[in-house]
Ligand binder design. Sequence first.
Ligand code: ATP
Length: 294
Amino acid sequence: MDLAIRLDRVVKRYGPITAVDGLDLEVPYGTCVGLLGPNGAGKSTTMRTLTAQAIADEGEIEVLGFHLPEESKQARAECGVVPQLDNLDTTLTVAQNLLVFAHLYRVPRGERHEAVERTLDIANLTERRDAKVDELSGGMRRRLLIARALVHRPRLLLLDEPTVGLDPQVRQELWALIDLLRAEGTSILMSTHYIEEAQRLADTVAIMANGRAVATGRPAELIVEHAGREVVEVYGPPDRLAEAEQEAARAGLRTRRTGTSVSVLGVDGHAPEGERRPATLEDVFVLLTGEEIA
Ligand code: ATP
């Protein structure tokens, strides 16, 4: 299979901390893969190894067919990188920020103007082209960060937590933008700790915990495999919840506590009494990472 990204048993340590611990990951061309995991799972470190900002201690990394870190320059020339932290130049206007990157990414002089116009249009910022960056809203800044990564028509886009800290409406706008790029065939690797974001955008999701991918697959497949089709929510006082947990354990069913309820996963026919609902990617995430969702 032709892969835009291939990680094979990658390890990255920071002193005593193993941030990435034997990670295998594949991003086929033309697909969007979501790296989903709780804080500290190793998502950002993984993203940094792909741009050679972090050098893996073990394992193999290939980006667009180039071996890293030896060929990281060639790989970066064809990648668009959207960092988690906004590092736009606030002394420049929107269009100037794009022009600087068109220059840095060696877009030929005669094509730079077109590149700026095209990316302004993609990010829906044409009307704000002459605004200074610090006059933009948070959502606009994030759209500009993405636009800036696209000036050289990269084949692969690396998005590190693209909507972190944004309100839900702005998040939706960015999802539409990322969806558009995916529909155009750009290969995308995106890290996120928002389950809905991974479910909405990614063809394949890799759930990370403790530096490893603990499950990889299409969201619908992951749900069926790990949480079954249906979940029963049992509500009640603590002793009723404990009872439901014991009952489920006897039936070989997995459970998760969600504050005031117990979710019994993978029910099929026999089930404790409660409210039935379809299983979700959140059930899988909690089950595999042990994290609770706020
Ligand atoms: P978040 O969503 O909080 O960014 P993450 O899944 O991206 O989490 P990483 O940032 O990759 O996780 O961090 C993984 C582990 O590696 C954490 O324990 C973190 O403290 C540690 N770590 C990451 N970068 C460094 C560094 N430069 N020096 C030391 N430890 C680091």
